[in-house]
Ligand binder design. Sequence first.
Ligand code: 5GP
Ligand code: ZN
Length: 104
Amino acid sequence: MSENCLFCSIIAGDVPATKVWEDDDALAFADINPQAPFHVLVIPKIHVANIVESAADSSIGSAVLQGIRAVTAQEGITDFRTVFNTGAGAQQTVFHVHAHVLAG
Ligand code: 5GP
Ligand code: ZN
């Protein structure tokens, strides 16, 4: 949990979001500005800024991959694109690591 982190606030329930799937370690919710018919963000419940910082805890990558598998399976999606923006220069705007999962 990080103060002033939008996605930590969504995990905490302090900011509303359309949750699509979650377990103890990760959450998938609808992107507020979808770039495809199906566009969810999959985030770990532990706060790290991006893939580089996720090196601090090897469970984070596993949690996000499991979230991607679970939310796509739940929605019956077999073909999808996954994007991680890392760094402001690559258009990362929210500094809580997230996978964009796009389909349709
Ligand atoms: P980034 O550019 O950091 O890779 O992606 C951040 C994503 O978060 C963007 O696609 C943006 O639409 C989404 N986003 C920003 N604010 C909110 C919000 O308050 N709620 C939801 N559901 N998505 C958000
Ligand atoms: Zn956070």
